[in-house]
Design a protein around this ligand. Structure first.
Ligand code: HEM
Length: 442
């Protein structure tokens, strides 16, 4: 499919964000007859084309191509800006929530609040209320085993950290739901976007529940051995982080769609009037790059999830050397757990080993994306996205190694966690720029 995008900003009566498909026929005879403003805008659009572009368009439609033309009015542009800015704000807030979550975990504050209410927990206001809240915390394993000597002042510090994290999550809910309802009622969302809004809203609600489900696992008495300490389940931590990354990517991708729509294939090639072999070759290289970029995105996501297992098992506090693990390429206790599969999610050595391998493989793929895209003219801002991807990829691995070598200090570990979001942002951006790259029909 060949995609030609054009923004037509004048002469249109109302908000039209339509896709016009013109198939194997004269270009403009298949317009919906009941939509005069749309046909008017198509005529206007063709008037703006140069002669050779028009010839190309006609050739394309005659030779079984599909040509897609996007139209939007000035008014639509304005509402797109509002919706896009709102989506960007939501993604920024999710970014902050993930960072806050990381700091909450690293400062061991996550188990300080032992109750959860959907609309918000009561904040202790008097000294007596603080003492009562502290007494509740004292019933749970984290206090009994790890924090026996904790003072009320220490407790207040970890309580505030967890409270801020939870309230920030609720603020995201409000920032999402109020504008979403307004845009919906005002007809500013396309049917497709409405579905996405429902999905994102559902995921935000699920994330709140998942957060509490995760905390609950840290409040239970579930210890593997005498040396074990109270901590949340690594499976639930990974699910909580994975959901957050999914929500973040969803907001960010759609924000880009609204604010900086992706461009079609390099437009100067249209000047060649027909689909030359040079164009086909370029297109197939771009398609290969796109597939590779999608695979890299999947790997980045998987590496981040495996990082949550490292964090959940405190696996960054063993084998603090790189590249070898205690002078060995493969440590002795890598398959110490039985049955075999448990090692991949419960054995700290295997979990750390896997995270290293995944991290290095991800970096190799990112480097290959950089090399593959060097000689290609990627549509839109694609080249800038590649530069960001490579830079954040190297930064992330550097931060990971430094975190490990220094026994997981809070600032480095928190930066490593936020780094994964920057890396994810750059690959989401690149995928967005490659959105209209499609295989050409033979
Ligand atoms: C593309 C590469 C990488 C990505 C996307 C990535 C991502 C992550 C993520 C998301 C976490 C979880 C943080 C949390 O939940 O708090 C994590 C943890 C961790 N990563 Fe990576 N990582 C990468 C490479 C590496 C490398 C190469 C190393 C070191 C060899 C490393 C060492 C660690 C350590 C030690 C932790 C645990 C930190 C903690 O306990 O908070 N990472 N990583």
């Amino acid at each position: 499919m060949l995609v030609l995008s054009k923004l037509c900003t004048s002469g249109i009566r109302n908000r039209i964000t339509s896709k016009l498909l013109v198939l194997n026929t004269h270009t403009f005879c298949k317009l919906p007859s009941n939509n005069r403003s749309l046909s008017a805008s198509v005529r206007l659009f063709t008037n703006t084309l140069k002669k050779n572009q028009l010839t190309f368009l006609k050739n394309a439609t005659r030779s079984n191509q599909t040509v897609t033309v996007h139209f939007s009015s000035t008014q639509c542009k304005k509402s797109k800006k509002f919706v896009g800015s709102w989506l960007l704000l939501c993604s920024g807030m999710v970014f902050v929530a993930v960072s806050l979550g990381g700091i909450t975990r690293l400062t061991e504050s996550g188990l300080s609040m032992v109750n959860w209410r959907f609309l918000g927990e009561k904040m202790p206001l008097t000294q007596q209320q603080w003492i009562e809240e502290f007494e509740k915390y004292q019933q749970y394993p984290e206090f009994k085993i790890l924090n026996k000597d904790m003072t009320l002042e220490d407790f207040k510090r970890i309580w505030w950290m967890e409270y801020i994290h939870r309230m920030w999550g609720r603020l995201i809910g409000v920032t999402f739901i109020v504008p979403a309802s307004y845009f919906w009622l005002k007809g500013m969302l396309s049917p497709r976007m409405k579905l996405k809004v429902l999905a994102l809203g559902g995921l935000i609600g699920l994330q709140g529940l998942m957060g509490w489900y995760m905390v609950k696992s840290g409040l239970e008495d579930r210890f593997d051995g005498p040396g074990d300490i109270p901590r949340v389940s690594q499976y639930r931590l990974a699910a909580h982080l994975g959901l957050a990354l999914g929500i973040y990517a969803g907001f960010f991708y759609n924000a880009l769609d609204y604010l900086v729509p992706a461009k079609s294939m390099p437009i100067d090639l249209f000047r060649e009037h027909n689909i030359s072999s040079k164009f086909s070759l370029l297109a197939s290289k771009l398609v290969k790059l796109k597939n590779f970029v999608y695979a890299t995105k999947g790997l980045i996501f998987l590496t981040a999830l495996s990082g949550a297992f490292v964090a959940g098992l405190d696996a960054g506090l063993i084998y603090n050397s790189f590249p070898k693990m205690a002078d060995k390429w493969i440590p002795d206790d890598i398959l110490a757990f039985y049955p075999f599969l448990r090692n991949f999610t419960e054995n700290p050595t295997t979990v750390q080993f896997d995270h290293r391998i995944l991290g290095i493989t991800t970096l190799t793929m990112i480097t290959l994306v950089g090399c593959m895209s060097r000689k290609l003219s990627i549509p839109g801002r694609g080249s800038k996205a590649v530069v960001a991807l490579v830079a954040f990829g190297y930064l992330q691995v550097l931060l990971g190694i430094t975190t490990l070598l220094n026994y997981v200090p809070i600032p480095l570990a928190a930066s490593h966690q936020s780094g994964s979001l920057l890396l994810l942002s750059s690959i989401v951006w690149l995928c967005h720029e490659l959105k209209f790259v499609h295989r050409l029909p033979k």
